[in-house]
Design a protein around this ligand. Structure first.
Ligand code: BGC
Length: 746
């Protein structure tokens, strides 16, 4: 009996081993077509699939079939591409051919912080974590192309979409976009970097011709995209709505064919912004691969059988038939789409993703907290109230949910922690927390049928609201004002620009009134773009927080209480007033009409001088400079040096945490070219490192400086040029807090 059992076990083991073996792909030759073989090289799969396709099937790949999908090849089992907004979380499902929500009940996502919040972390690891987490959410929801990240430059603080972008510096945005993309694409989801290019305002975004010279283009508006493509390996790029130098960007020959696909060797897909494709002929010839939109043959007109009327649908087939388009042109587009499908939905590695996991909410909280910027602190923060102290919270943004709204980045999230609830939770049983609204801002509580469930109606008059807040402030030991902007029209919102940088709804007056009666006033500004702070002298602490997503309340309270030592840095300049900025004329912004010109003309006369490049070169006072952000500890920089290394230089410095608590600081390296044949900014960011240190601990930071970092773009030679002579390496903690100035010669 024993022996029989032994034989049976042996036989079973042999069978199992054989079964395991036969499951090993290496041992079982793939006997299907090459395009289905996950082990076949990418290009072999692409060519094999292409060879099997009809002309009509290839054309079908190049335009939308629904609001957020483009066709695959059903006959061959090649799946469709599903696109989704956006940069901050996975958009709720919409109907096949409508903007309206489909009403699914399983599509409430993790809302990650707005990209400007990520930019304010100055932390490459967090950008990777963000990308990986959102990539996992996209994959779980079976999306192939994530419509983000957005990396347009902060040319004007009025741009309604500043909150969706990564600040005013091309190097900062470029450094953060690369790990973000790698994180997303590691999950088998294509990052679609947007909006390419020089799309820096919402006012008349589909009718404005941005007139930008090559030097400005290459130095300011392209480098983050270049990094996204060359270093990040982005699989998709979205063309923008506007024109650049006279041609719409979704089919701008120089931008797409010459620069993106030519100079940078981009092998992925160019996707149009929704309805951004405007011309049959240019759509075919000038580098567009997938035309997206809805009910549109252009931007506006409804048409029956809409998708067949797309520039890249029936008109494309007609052109192919009568010789105005070539099969080579079609094949190039089809190859790029197939490549994208094989990289994502048919990727050789299997990805399943994950959705609303505790890890994703934890990532959202960490990123949100680490991007919060402590602008000012007279010592009142971190908040440590005595037992039973009275804390008054004032302001609509303490209460209003902010994940909803703002345009295409609108999300339906599983939950959103508002600041007021997080403050109550943190001080439960320790202090008395009350809330006064103080002003009425935006009372809408739904957007595209995503409903927050809050009631924001208010019966009190504006004067009564102020009086009630001031009366309550008199009784409180601490007043925390939480206001700022929101995502309604003319604020942080797609489709409209802001009208000024002054805080809306009378908030300046309210803050001043609170400052009169409170000894301990903390002002928290929640916004996605710069605001003026005329009351900054009167506030005891000022905190810049952002649209932090699902965990925004917790993240804010983490910083206010000191559970997280603030380490965020401004990714843009906080000016004193709009008028101080570089855009002085209507022709610069928002553009002018000119005789005989079809589109609004907008001249980038300021050239490379935007953001701190403008303010620092002009030596203008600002409210808070680019790169500024305080901590609950202090940091010193010592032993700064520069030496020649390889083709360039290496700058080193020691950072020491000289305070009493652990914390992080961002060491920033700016380069200044003292003498050049062209006018150069007073300084430009060329390196940064975020370092976490225990009290008393030191670390050495190293910044390589290659020739490109010393160069300007010589438009005539169409090349980067580093001119011999003296340079300065400026090491500091903001663009205006330079701790070491080292000169060196090239
Ligand atoms: C926006 C894009 C967005 C697309 C799809 C457009 O209006 O500009 O950023 O990805 O819509 O929602």
């Amino acid at each position: 009996m024993k022996r029989i059992f032994a034989y049976l076990s042996l036989a079973a083991a042999i069978v199992m081993t054989a079964a395991c073996r036969s499951n090993t792909p290496a041992e079982k030759p793939f006997d299907g077509p090459a395009y289905l073989n996950p082990a076949a090289p990418l290009e072999e799969r692409v060519e094999d699939a292409l060879a099997r396709m009809t002309l009509e099937e290839k054309v079908a790949l190049t335009h939308a079939q629904s609001k957020f999908s483009s066709a695959g090849v059903p006959r061959l089992g090649i799946p469709e591409l599903w696109h989704t907004d956006g940069p901050h979380g996975i958009r709720p499902e919409v109907l096949w051919d409508e903007w309206d929500q489909a009403g699914w009940t399983n599509d409430s996502c993790t809302a990650f912080p707005a990209l400007v919040n990520l930019a304010a972390t100055w932390d490459r690891d967090l950008a990777r974590l963000y990308g990986k987490s959102i990539g996992e959410e996209a994959r779980y929801r079976k999306k192939d192309i994530l419509l983000g990240p957005g990396i347009n430059m902060g040319r004007t603080p009025l741009n309604g979409r500043t909150f969706e972008y990564m600040g005013e510096d091309p190097y900062l945005a470029g450094q953060l976009v690369v790990p973000y993309i790698q994180g997303v694409q590691g999950e088998g989801v294509a990052a679609c970097v947007k909006h390419f290019a020089v799309n820096n305002q919402e006012t008349r975004r589909t009718a404005t011709n941005s007139i930008v010279d090559d030097r400005t283009l290459y130095e300011i508006y392209l480098p983050a995209f270049e990094a996204a493509v060359k270093e990040g390996g982005a699989w998709a790029v979205m063309g923008s709505y506007n024109l650049w130098n006279g041609q719409f960007n979704c089919h701008n020959k120089r931008l797409l064919c010459d620069i993106l696909k030519g100079e940078w060797g981009f092998d992925g897909v160019v996707v149009s912004d929704w309805g951004g494709c405007r011309d049959d002929d240019e759509a075919v010839h000038n580098g567009l691969d997938i035309e997206m939109g809805t009910w549109t043959d252009g931007l506006h007109s409804d048409a029956s059988d809409g998708y067949q009327n797309y520039h890249l649908a029936r008109p494309f087939i007609e052109r192919l038939r009568d010789g105005r388009a070539t099969e080579d042109e079609l094949n190039d587009k089809a190859r790029r789409v197939l490549r994208t499908i094989f990289r994502t939905g048919m990727s050789p590695e299997t990805h399943y993703g994950s959705f609303t996991s505790p890890e994703h909410f934890a990532a959202a909280r960490k990123i949100a907290a680490e991007g919060i910027v402590l602008l000012k602190n007279d010592g009142i923060l971190p908040l440590q109230p005595a037992e039973g102290a009275k804390i008054l919270v004032v302001g609509e943004n303490a209460y209003k949910m902010m994940v909803v709204g703002g345009g295409s980045s609108n999300l339906k999230t599983k939950y959103e922690v508002i600041p007021l609830d997080a403050i109550r939770e943190a001080f439960d049983g320790k202090a008395e927390v009350k809330w006064e609204r103080g002003y009425v801002g935006d009372t809408t509580t739904d957007y595209n049928k995503v409903v927050t469930g809050q009631d924001l109606s208010e019966s009190r008059s504006a004067a009564r609201l102020v009086a009630d807040a001031v009366a309550a402030a008199r009784e409180a030991e601490y007043v925390i004002f939480i206001g700022g902007l929101n995502k309604s029209d003319h604020q942080d919102n797609e489709g409209t620009d802001r009208l000024d940088i002054v805080l809306p709804y009378g908030q300046d007056k309210l803050i001043e009134a609170l400052a009169e009666v409170s000894e301990n006033l903390i002002v928290v500004n929640i916004s996605g773009s710069p605001v003026a702070m005329p009351w900054s002298e009167q506030a005891d602490a000022i905190v810049q927080a952002w649209y932090g997503g699902s965990e925004s309340g917790h993240a804010l309270v983490d910083v206010l209480t000191g559970a997280v030592n603030p380490s965020g840095k401004l990714p843009f300049t906080m000016p004193l007033a709009l008028a101080d900025g570089p855009l002085k004329t209507e022709r610069q912004y928002p553009g002018i009409r000119e005789e005989g010109k079809e589109w609004w003309q907008e001249y980038y006369d300021e050239g490379v001088f935007i953001g701190y490049r403008w303010y620092d070169t002009q030596k203008l006072a600002v409210q808070y400079p680019f790169g500024h952000g305080l901590s609950y500890t202090t940091f010193e920089i010592s032993d700064a040096s520069v030496k020649a290394a390889g083709e360039g230089f290496e700058v080193t410095a020691t950072l020491t945490n000289s305070g009493k608590v652990a914390g992080a600081e961002v060491v920033q390296l700016y380069v200044s070219d003292t003498e050049a044949t062209v006018e150069r900014p007073e300084k430009e960011l060329k390196g940064f490192e975020k370092v976490f240190l225990e009290p008393g601990e030191s670390a050495t930071v190293r910044f390589p400086l290659d020739r490109r970092a010393l160069s300007f773009f010589d438009a005539e030679a169409h090349d980067w040029k580093a001119e011999p002579g003296e340079f300065h390496a400026l090491i500091g903690l903001s663009s205006r807090d330079i701790r070491a100035d080292l000169s060196f010669n090239l």
